[in-house]
Design a protein around this ligand. Sequence first.
Ligand SMILES: Nc1nc2c(ncn2[C@@H]2O[C@H](COP(=O)(O)OP(=O)(O)OP(=O)(O)O)[C@@H](O)[C@H]2O)c(=O)[nH]1
Ligand SMILES: [Mg+2]
Length: 418
Amino acid sequence: MSNFVDEANLCARGGDGGAGCVSFRREAHVPRGGPDGGDGGSGGSVWLEADPNVASLLGFADHPHRIGQNGTNGKGSGKHGKTAPDLIVKVPEGTVVRHHTTGEILAELNRRGDRWLAAPGGQGGKGNARFLSNTRRAPAFAEQGEHGHEQWFRLELRLFADVALVGFPNAGKSTLISRVSAAKPKIADYPFTTLVPNLGVVRLDDVTEFVMADIPGLIEGASEGHGLGLQFLRHIERARVLLYLLDLTSVDGPGPAEQLRILRKELGNYESDMLDRPSLVVGTKADVLRPEDWSDELDVDLAISSVTGESLQPMLWALVDLIDVAEETADEYDRFVIHRPMSHTVTVVREDDGAYRVLGRAVERAVALSDLTNWEALNYARDRLEHLGVNRSLRQAGIRQGDEVRIGTFVFDYQEDL
Ligand SMILES: Nc1nc2c(ncn2[C@@H]2O[C@H](COP(=O)(O)OP(=O)(O)OP(=O)(O)O)[C@@H](O)[C@H]2O)c(=O)[nH]1
Ligand SMILES: [Mg+2]
């Protein structure tokens, strides 16, 4: 049994790329051979991967940083640096990745093996051998490695249970899960005893088992945030099968038929699909009162008692059948992983002091040359910027002769092309 850490912060940073190398071939009878500086290796990327062996987000609570290894630098004689291996960070199945500040959902890792690129490693810099051209015979510059991408995320765990217990407070949910699994949640004769979901593995025989989730009780208005409200509806949302537990002995609160009506109404308000989910309706505490003692038209599949054990086995096997059906008809969306590629466009923003800052991966990369005091490297960078549409973007942003432009750590004054 475990209580689940539901949310955690993650800071993922890709490893830095290694620098390209400036080097020229040396041969016995050639005074200065061609350029042979190798490229730097790329930094390792950070991936998230769903793994059923990881049960919670607890591992991120005190240690939110996950950092890829750096690539190594290129060397002479055309030797490229080593590309660093990717870092695979295991997360529980059902992990939702959100943008840290906007809360936008970036990815859902639902099933074993689902993967998402959280932070690409930096590309290795090109060695000077790459800058050879018909007009540039002896390039004396190389690229720096690119820094790895770094970003904060908010991780959220949606419990993956085969069966979720849905019932009013005090209906006997915790008592049931403690009877049929090793989970031992607190049980008491007052409402809202259970404050966080508990998972228990129900084992029927050597090959048949499933995961049951004991969810805090729902009351009328839960879908609008009453009681423990919304936060637990989203746990129920992920379960394949719903087990409604109706308290047959309820005297102060609504009777069993009314409980079912309210529970279904709340689930439907939250997400109408949930009403189509395979489900079983069971009356609890049958050792005290029987369904037939109710005068209103009560229609339950079974009446159980967690105290005497009555009808528990037939109920569990019925649930196994429903899980099988649910698995066969599982929606495609379950396997869906959302990818949001990073933007490659050029963006120009105005800084507080009036300077123009150019943002964009390719652009920042173009000025990340080892030595921009070298006129050759500078010319190359200038051509790249023109090619990427930086001048056009700056003109659109209203730049004028002499205004300051910043790209990465590089700063220059804007000159109109004549
Ligand atoms: N006689 C009898 N009492 C039961 C049975 N199941 C549960 N109870 C009693 O009902 C009360 C509530 O049980 P819980 O299992 O804590 O109920 P719950 O649904 O988990 O309640 P919350 O966590 O508050 O939502 C306790 O006093 C239990 O002993 C049963 O099968 N027979
Ligand atoms: Mg409980």
